[in-house]
Write a protein that binds this ligand. Structure first.
Ligand code: TYD
Length: 209
């Protein structure tokens, strides 16, 4: 059995990742590929319960403690879900992965990038995405899409400067990893965004049609 592929989806809040992941799943399934969608932080029972703590407005967590918590969740996710599924040939669509830690905890919260790199090297079992889709939409534009009725979580309550830094961090990561990270113009219509993603998938994985 050939190994599955890991595709991660990145971007700031409200860029339309979740909707697109659903469409990518359908596209891959039409190509007779078995697909599993998951998310970070989360993806396991352990991770989902810690996610609630992490996103809860009442939690007081320092940037480094937050980073370690996210990597603890990630490590469990990799061991229990990502590795076994990849080994049985399943393709994984992951809503956020390692780049989110570099963008949010590194560029956003100013935890040293060296420390984050160390965690990536030592605690991810060398599982890197085969392809990363970066939804390129500035914070200003993403704000317009944020539903007024939705209560903001601990991250969404952070200020403009934080999200500008995260966004610029993602752009840097994308430019430094051009063969892995593909930039999608997320200001376009849902259909257009999906078409851009499918084009990138076809370019990367030549058997897809
Ligand atoms: P998200 O999936 O965007 O939550 P929702 O769409 O339900 O609001 O992600 C949860 C938050 O976790 C998001 O604000 C980004 C943050 N996060 C990090 O700060 N670092 C990480 O490594 C990951 C994976 C997520």
């Amino acid at each position: 059995m050939t190994k599955g592929k890991l595709i991660s989806f990145e971007g700031i809040e409200g860029v339309g990742k979740s909707t697109s992941i659903g469409s990518v799943k359908k596209f891959l399934e039409k190509n007779q590929i078995e697909v599993y969608s998951t998310r970070e932080p989360g993806g396991t029972k352990y991770g989902e319960s810690l996610r609630n703590i992490l996103l809860n407005n009442k939690s007081k967590i320092s940037p480094e403690a937050e980073l370690l918590l996210i990597f603890s969740i990630r490590n469990q996710h990799i061991e229990d879900v990502i590795i076994p599924k990849l080994n049985s040939g399943i393709w994984i669509l992951c809503d956020r992965y390692i780049d989110a830690s570099i963008a949010y905890q590194g560029y956003g919260k100013k935890v040293s990038l060296k420390k984050i790199d160390m965690l990536i090297k030592e605690f991810t079992n060398e599982i890197k995405p085969d392809l990363t889709i970066f939804f390129d939409l500035s914070y200003k534009k993403s704000l317009k899409r944020f539903p007024k009725y939705k209560k903001k979580d601990r991250f969404e309550n952070l200020n403009n400067k934080f999200f500008d830094d995260v966004y610029n961090g993602y752009k840097k990561i994308s430019n430094q990893n051009k063969s892995r990270v593909k930039i999608i113009n997320a200001s376009k219509s849902k259909e257009d965004v999906n078409n851009q993603i499918i084009l990138e998938l076809k370019k990367k994985f030549k058997n897809l049609s």
